[in-house]
Design a protein around this ligand. Sequence first.
Ligand SMILES: Nc1ncnc2c1ncn2[C@@H]1O[C@H](COP(=O)(O)OP(=O)(O)O)[C@@H](O)[C@H]1O
Ligand SMILES: [Mg+2]
Length: 259
Amino acid sequence: MKIIAVMSPKGGIGKTTTSDSIAYMLGEEQGKRVLVLDGDPQGDTSKTFGVYEPDGIGMSELLEKHECVGGTYKTGDLIRPTDYSHIDIIPANGYLMKTDMNLLLKSEDNQVTRMREALEEVSDAYDYCICDCGRLLDMVVINILIAAELVIAPVKVGGYEIEALQNLEEQIEDLRDINPDLRIKALMTMRQKNKTSLEVEEWLKTESGFDMFVTPIRRSIVAEKSTTAMIPLPKFSKRGIVSQDYRCVVHELLKEMEG
Ligand SMILES: Nc1ncnc2c1ncn2[C@@H]1O[C@H](COP(=O)(O)OP(=O)(O)O)[C@@H](O)[C@H]1O
Ligand SMILES: [Mg+2]
């Protein structure tokens, strides 16, 4: 199972849309077996996949009450099916904020590696694990990044995007002590065709030194409509421009991950 995190220190830049679209396309269009992890207490991806419950079990139990930390849950107990045959999910809700605090206050050996341990249990059952992260590098997201091999970092041009990417790169560099092979790859989202946007894109691709997806994701109101409808974008609008772009990104991703 290849674990991919979608993370950026900025909010509202398309992390969840990216995560949901890639998970949906890998599963329902490419026939891969996909496990989605909701790493954001807002539970947005849980909502998209129709399993959000404010008091339900999921990621909090995975991190706090799993057998690997002396609890009673196995990973399989926390995995929920979705309406999509190739996609399962471990959902999240507001309790995940408490989980972050609880992990911070405890000091146990596997504080940041328990997610990695818990996921090993289902490693043969899935081809891909796609993790939607919140924008804070909290204990939940650190656990995800320690388990992951690739971080997809959405970049939206509109100010401070370079700083955000550099911050993320620095944070990830610190985590490489524990997860040396963790790679980061940036993805332009909500791209508009104005001069500034195109200049930043060009700089990112040619001079920044950041690894980038070749395909930028264009901006379209259809993405917002799919979020409001709580339906994965590629299902909501199979042929729309944003779905077309994500489809190209998925092809790039498959080529990179599977050669
Ligand atoms: N390519 C796009 N074009 C237009 N709007 C988009 C696009 N991608 C995402 N959005 C919208 O932007 C808002 C924030 O996106 P979201 O994926 O929730 O970001 P994040 O998870 O980073 O907070 C949502 O309303 C979403 O529908
Ligand atoms: Mg989000």
